[in-house]
Design a protein around this ligand. Structure first.
Ligand code: NAP
Length: 248
């Protein structure tokens, strides 16, 4: 018996990095999973097989989370395909780093659109479902850089700080409906996103971590799954770091 038996989860950004680890971990604990990504192509097939190998049902949908019209369609399609929806994990995200004097309007807008508005669209799309059934778990993905800021990331830090405000406000709005809403704030995690950083920036990030190692996507997924279980039923409106102490 898994703790999440009978539950259906929607994971945005599920075709890479943290999103994939979250999808697999939720499935390992019994949930059926829909992975949603900007291009749910060949990568999605392997992930679906890995989820199904754990005895869970899995579907993949292509969607740009910044597309406000698509979000309610995706939620309806997942409900239709998997027979319900109980968990939302918003893992889709991008960065477009530049110092402010070099940042283009497009770099600012792309990160706000995907990381902040994308989170909002999916939270808004599941809210009526979760309110109606008086049950739901929402886990958003912020970043320690949304808490402390980072040189070269005014767009990303603003979006991730916005995710924290959204999470806390939504926790208040949905508490009456027995819906838990929390954010995870990862530090430096080894994923394709951070693999694209210059080597010296990666080394500098690892040097900040008291535990002396970069995090893995599975380190984040373990917390996301916990927040989706009844063991975490009294936790809402929280922002929990998974960073090996990088923030302190
Ligand atoms: P990742 O490996 O790049 O995964 C992100 C996934 O989201 C990719 O599959 C990406 O697709 C997808 N995506 C991008 N734009 C999208 C859109 N508009 N609509 C739908 N899907 C989209 O990154 P990650 O490191 O796992 O990051 C996952 C989340 O954790 C992000 O929100 C990130 O900001 C956050 N985070 C990461 C770290 C870290 O150190 N890695 C630290 C703190 C927070 P493509 O690959 O095709 O673009």
């Amino acid at each position: 018996m898994g703790e999440l038996d009978g539950k259906v989860a929607l994971v945005t950004g599920g075709c890479s990095g943290i999103g994939t680890a979250v999808a697999l971990d939720l499935a390992r604990h019994g949930a059926d999973v829909a992975i949603v990504d900007i291009l749910a192509g060949e990568a999605a097939k392997e992930i679906l097989s890995a989820i199904e190998a754990q005895g869970a049902r899995a579907v993949a949908l292509t969607a740009d989370v910044a597309d406000r019209q698509r979000a309610p369609q995706v939620v309806a399609e997942v409900q239709e395909m998997l027979g319900g929806l109980h968990i939302l994990a918003t893992c889709a995200g991008i960065n477009r780093d530049a110092v402010i004097w070099k940042m283009s309007p497009e770099e600012w807008e792309a990160v706000i659109d995907v990381d902040l508005s994308g989170t909002f669209f999916y939270c808004q799309a599941v809210a009526p479902v979760f309110r109606e059934q008086r049950y739901g778990k929402i886990v958003t993905v912020s970043s320690i850089n949304g808490l402390r800021g980072k040189f070269g990331q005014v767009n990303y830090a603003a979006a991730k700080a916005g995710v924290i405000g959204l999470t806390k406000a939504l926790a208040k709005e949905l508490a009456h409906s027995h819906v838990n809403v929390n954010a995870v704030a990862p530090g430096f995690i080894l994923t394709p996103m951070t693999a694209a950083m210059p080597p010296e920036a990666r080394e500098a990030a690892v040097a900040e971590i008291p535990l002396g190692r970069p995090g893995s996507p599975e380190d984040v997924a373990a917390l996301v799954t916990f927040l989706c279980t009844e063991r975490a039923r009294h936790i809402t409106g929280e922002v929990i770091k998974v960073d090996g102490g990088q923030y302190i």
